[in-house]
Ligand binder design. Sequence first.
Ligand code: DC
Length: 229
Amino acid sequence: MSDAAVPVIAIDGPSGTGKGTISRRVALWLNFHFLDSGALYRLLGLAARRGGVDLGDGQALAVLARSLDIRFEPVPGQDETSIFLNNEEVTDAIRTENCGSDASLVAAVPEVRAALLDRQRAFRVAPGLVADGRDMGTVVFPDAALKVYLTASREERANRRYKQLIGKGIGVTLDRLLKELEARDARDSGRAVAPMKPAADAVIVDTTTLNVEQVFSKVQALWNAHCER
Ligand code: DC
């Protein structure tokens, strides 16, 4: 199958919209591969911190991005993936707020985005790919068969994150989460290269008042409608 014949479902949007959960569910439903593009930026941020690389040094970050030794291992039968950096499991380590913030910083560096482009496109393997990120539908897979852009109010997104972290026993305040989300949104949508925004042909789904099941059903209906066309 040529690359163009392998269907891609692009699921973009800001953090806290349930993108990751929905994307994994859709991939499992269709038996498609799954790309968590945010994890690549998180892994790069972590590797840079550990290696003492300046998070604003485009040249050094690009070299690091091209040589990152990373592995994604799906947990069989579940909508979860174990993530490894240099053979060390970092699944939880890359999910911290600090790592998210570092990811957003390195993601704004043009050399980094160029260096990670081919690595992301290499995930496009038959029978299909669900790609989760900020620029899947606009830059990485502009020919995606279906583009969904998930949104939700900032308050609701901060609330979801708050419940998640408290559930894990991590102490945070809602106020701090709101401020961090605001800063991350501004950086992700304000950067010059591949800013976070819906593709012109994306279907926008506001998840503020929807639960995971309802969003999943909507995406299923969109994909079924696409296949019937
Ligand atoms: O989806 P996430 O929270 O794991 O993403 C972490 C950061 O990575 C996010 O703040 C912006 C960046 N990112 C990006 O710029 N482009 C993507 N396709 C995915 C993530």
